[in-house]
Design a protein around this ligand. Structure first.
Ligand code: TTP
Length: 396
């Protein structure tokens, strides 16, 4: 069956990381976030993948091209982000026969996508302890009862099965994509699902693991998940005086200099330079052409392409965008004295990350002066700068 992958969103909650790169193209281990979904669809037997693109569309198109892993890729443009049903409707001309719809910003356990395709019409669900913040499936009584509806954020959830936003639709659903606007002013895929449920038996397919990657710390969690799946491989240039422990991947063209200790899971991508005398702790992604220099410690972080942390610095539980430069002696605090969960500003509101440890998020091109101290949960927008010796406590 064909798989429609939604990747048109602006990713506003992911700012500043999504300021010039679409969220589905942010790095998760060895590929962009959306590539994990496209790969799962292809592994499940997708005959064609239709990517719905809009915001920063060319970045997505350049990566996947007309064919990816031998499977044809086509593109549908969604000009305005008018909702998930509207996004699928943009792909309508590409559809014939049963089709799947997957989010380009979700990580699914790949085996479940296989089961989703087999069970069509079907919906992926994940068991959660507190479903009241999700769309929750109601099902017929008994094990494996078919889906009778989806209720948004119910006070009294009918099951603990949260809708994981992955669907396998019968061919006829193509005719049901033009749904009216919902109360929040969007054309929602759940209204298409409601019609499918009216006409068909819809099977719930339970995921073992699922992650909706909407906010920066969820990008960190996505990397924690996918880096842990990597197997040790050393193709790059690693000094005899470096120590690699556990699942460490050093890609061809990457350099690890003397005195470096890397504790996996860690991925050092092509063209990256680590050391001398650096300490990298998992789960860490050091992207292509990034530099981690002398006496720098990086722990559980994403260091994006072209970024440089060259001397005497500590970066923990943080995401640094592309071409960021941390001056010598820049240190990130990732833990509060009172041990409270770290908060972060999302669309102007302070929200809990539910993490005891979280450092900073730096947008592309941010630069810190020497001896900058950065407090936990801090956001530096793209191109932001700090003065030498500053302690930065407020987002900038
Ligand atoms: P969201 O996470 O709701 O939207 P977003 O990705 O733009 O992020 P934010 O809320 O932070 O601005 O969307 C879920 C998925 O659906 C995601 O993969 C983007 C996609 N999508 C579209 O392609 N078109 C749309 O009109 C909408 C609303 C979402």
């Amino acid at each position: 069956m064909k798989a429609v992958v939604l990747a048109a969103g602006q990713g506003t909650r992911m700012r500043p990381l999504s300021e010039s790169i679409p969220k589905p193209m942010l790095p998760v281990a060895d590929r962009p976030l959306a590539a994990h979904t496209v790969d799962a669809a292809i592994d499940a037997g997708a005959t064609e993948v239709v990517l719905v693109i809009g915001y920063e569309a060319e970045t997505v198109r350049e990566y996947f091209g007309p064919e990816y892993r031998g499977v044809p890729i086509s593109y549908a443009i969604q000009e305005e982000q008018a909702g998930t049903a509207d996004a699928v409707n943009a792909a309508r001309d590409h559809l014939e026969g049963p089709f799947a719809v997957l989010n380009g910003d979700n990580l699914y356990d790949p085996a479940a996508i296989d089961r989703l395709f087999d069970a069509c019409p079907a919906i992926c669900a994940i068991e959660v302890a507190d479903p009241s913040n999700y769309g929750v499936l109601s099902t017929e009584p008994g094990q494996d009862g078919s889906v009778t509806g989806i209720v948004e954020k119910p006070a009294d959830p009918p099951t603990n099965l949260a809708n994981a936003g992955a669907y396998a639709f019968p061919a006829e659903a193509r005719e049901w994509l033009e749904v009216p606007e919902s109360e929040r002013g969007e054309r929602e895929i759940t209204d298409v699902v409601a019609q499918v449920i009216d006409e068909y038996d819809v099977t719930p397919v339970t995921l073992e693991r699922w992650l909706d990657v909407g906010r920066p710390w969820e990008l960190l969690e996505a990397n924690e998940w996918k880096l842990a799946d990597l197997e040790r491989r050393v193709d790059g240039n690693v000094s005899e005086d470096a120590t690699l422990e556990g699942a460490v991947v050093v890609e061809e063209g990457a350099t690890v200099e003397p005195g470096v200790v890397i504790e996996g899971p860690a991925l050092i991508r092509e063209g990256a330079e680590v050391g001398p005398n650096a300490y990298v702790r998992g789960a860490t992604l050091i992207e292509a052409d990034a530099e981690v220099g002398h006496a720098v410690e990086i722990k559980n972080s994403v260091i994006s392409q072209g970024t440089s942390v060259s001397h005497l610095s500590y970066v923990g539980d943080s995401v640094l965008g592309r071409n960021v430069n941390f001056g010598a002696g820049t240190n990130v605090a990732n833990l509060r004295h009172d041990d409270a969960d770290i908060r972060f500003t999302v669309k102007g509101e302070r929200v809990s990350t539910d993490r005891r440890k979280f450092g900073v998020v730096a947008g592309d091109g941010a630069k810190t002066g020497i001896n900058t101290s950065l407090t936990p949960g801090l956001k530096l927008t793209a191109g932001a700068t700090t003065m030498p010796g500053e302690t930065v406590e407020r987002d900038r």
